[in-house]
Design a protein around this ligand. Sequence first.
Ligand SMILES: N[C@@H](CCC(=O)N[C@@H](CS)C(=O)NCC(=O)O)C(=O)O
Length: 204
Amino acid sequence: MTSIQLYEFEPTRSLKCRWALLEAGLEFESIGNTFEIIGSDELKTVNPSGKIPAIVIDGRPLFESSAILAAIADLVPEKNLIAKPGTWDRCLHDQWTSFATTELEMWAWSTILNTRDLILSEDQRNPEIAHQMKDLFGRGAEVLEELLADKDYVVGNQFSVTDITVSYCLQLGAFVDFLDGYPNLDAYLERLTARQHCQLRLPD
Ligand SMILES: N[C@@H](CCC(=O)N[C@@H](CS)C(=O)NCC(=O)O)C(=O)O
């Protein structure tokens, strides 16, 4: 049996990895699940930046949530949680994962960092950037709104870990009120949150 240790803290990006592990039906050990795990010496042995999520699979450490999701999905090819390596759909997985993290998550996360007392101190924060970030987020959201006009899922029209990444990035946008006026994205998020193992928590 594959041995898996997930370094996580519930309200963070690690929820994507927990969601993928549950979809995969893989047993895993949860390590941390407190704020104190972030930046700890223990975590730095797996991820030198001290950030979560990080994972150890059969003794091999891996960090970056997108890489972790692909690794989890590839452990259970029979579950079709990711397009097969070498296919064009796998290229599309890479495309949309990169798109979501750089064209959506980046702007929403920057807004969260600059408007909330989380990681940056008050003198380091600049809440004024929120308007600009919303505009940039909107450009990415428009692209996905169009893509999902006649599709239920991002790649191959079936659920995959690509949807975990994309929906998490959209959810971050919803938290900072960037997601008004996108009916297809609303329907997509509702579809995903209806899944038994979904870990997204959308604002009311
Ligand atoms: N690109 C990384 C981002 C990891 C990340 O920034 N994690 C946050 C929690 S969501 C963290 O641990 N931040 C601590 C810090 O910035 O010091 C990924 O997707 O895994």
